[in-house]
Design a protein around this ligand. Structure first.
Ligand code: BGC
Length: 413
């Protein structure tokens, strides 16, 4: 009894001290929500109260539009999920809190790639959370077994299996034809067809030879062929609805980043049993990545700054890193964290990430804001979306349009 009585004032004081911090992000699916909730829980230990400002919409386009509107109205949040080179734009506009003073106390080691991503003009401006691998294919193993089909490691095996599934009334490839999902698929195909050097020449170096290379046409043509093994009801389908089709056995495969694994984990599904992760054909040694990061909006309030500093520190805490990544499907942003207890998909992702980073062959995701600027990204989305929806648009015209965007817009941003 005495113990219980003593516990109450302690709890009250912890709650009374908690400093609210509004966090804008786009983690709204079941798996994403479970992962965000881990951050929220961990922050309570640091007396920070996570005030949720979630903007639905995979890939974060809507979240970024809302963030801009809020900042214009003078109502910026305390923390926001901003990722990729976009961080630099926000920092240059003077909105973001520099983190160099706080980061001296941050625990652990970080990958060189994340160090680059989280610095803007030499100043540390963001805290990394975790790393996604995008070039994954998610499979329903029971369906492959039932129809006695090999697990596909080549595109021809994918199309052979698709024929059997289609005849049986099963959707071979689940897809949500939102612009960002189609762009995610396209960049994966470009990596598959061209390899990481070519991918980087195209999306990072904007090499004119790469922009006009025949491999771009091959990737576009593969995108059209894959459309033929999707169901026509895919317009505006959310990515997690497509994942659900795979887990329900209504569809056999989905190509998407490993946030899909977070979705399956939230339903207590197990890799190797209820679903399989396989690299997209031709990309087993490659890592098409996106890394989630948070930034903090400048504030002159000491309480807010304290909460922001505690937030950054908590994100990098070992327990937070592990629990978050297990729920989200990612690998930790901290390079020193051992992956015991993580499944094979994550182990593979970590291994391939390290190897590719060392070889200078990581492929930064264009569709998930790692490679270009927001203006370039939305123009590419628009072009690919039209191409995907309208079969009469010629491949050559689309390739030319993409080349124009990448070369012309990039000069100006
Ligand atoms: C983010 C992931 C998120 C995914 C789908 C990506 O851009 O990096 O954290 O789960 O979009 O919303």
């Amino acid at each position: 009894m005495l113990k219980r009585l003593m516990a109450i004032p302690l709890l009250l004081s912890a709650t009374a001290l908690a400093q609210p911090l509004e966090v804008l992000h786009w983690w709204t699916s079941a798996g994403e929500h479970a992962a965000a909730d881990i951050l929220r829980q961990q922050l309570t230990h640091a007396q920070v109260e996570w005030q949720d400002y979630a903007v639905p919409g995979g890939g974060g386009d809507s979240a970024m539009a809302v963030l801009k509107a809020r900042v214009i109205a003078g109502q910026h949040p305390g923390a926001a999920q901003i990722i990729g080179p976009n961080i630099r734009l926000w920092a240059r506009l003077g909105y973001l809190q520099p983190l160099d003073d706080w980061s001296t106390a941050w625990p652990g080691e970080r990958y060189a790639t994340l160090e680059t991503l989280t610095h803007a003009d030499g100043v540390r401006t963001a805290v990394p959370v975790s790393i996604h691998r995008i070039n994954w294919m998610w499979l329903n193993p029971a369906l492959f077994q039932q129809y006695n089909l090999p697990l596909p490691t080549s595109w021809s095996q994918v199309f052979q299996a698709a024929e059997v599934f289609q005849a049986a009334g099963i959707v071979p490839l689940a897809h949500g034809a939102q612009a960002w999902q189609t762009a995610t698929l396209f960049e994966t195909l470009l990596l598959s067809v061209g390899g990481p050097e070519f991918y980087r020449a195209y999306f990072v170096d904007l090499d004119p030879n790469a922009l006009h290379d025949v491999r771009v046409a091959e990737a576009l043509s593969l995108l059209r062929r894959l459309k033929g093994i999707m169901d026509p009801q895919n317009q505006n389908r959310e990515w997690q609805e497509a994942s659900q089709m795979v887990i329900n056995g209504d569809a056999a495969m989905q190509i998407m980043g490993d946030w899909v694994k977070g979705e399956f984990t939230a339903q207590h599904k197990l890799p190797g049993k209820d679903y399989l992760c396989m690299p997209v054909p031709g990309t087993a040694q490659n890592h098409l990545y996106s890394a989630d990061t948070f930034v903090f909006f400048r504030s002159n309030k000491a309480d807010t700054q304290r909460a922001q500093a505690a937030f950054a520190h908590t994100v990098l805490d070992e327990e937070t890193q592990r629990r978050f990544s297990l729920a989200k499907g990612t690998i930790p942003a901290r390079a020193d964290i051992k992956l015991e207890g993580f499944d094979d998909c994550s182990q593979t992702s970590a291994h391939v990430f390290r190897e590719a980073e060392q070889a200078g062959l990581l492929a930064p995701s264009m569709a998930h804001s790692m490679a270009t600027s927001p203006g370039v990204e939305s123009a590419i989305f628009d072009t690919l979306h039209r191409f995907f929806r309208d079969d009469s648009i010629p491949i050559e015209i689309t390739q030319l349009r993409l080349a124009q965007i990448l070369s012309a817009l990039s000069d100006h941003e």
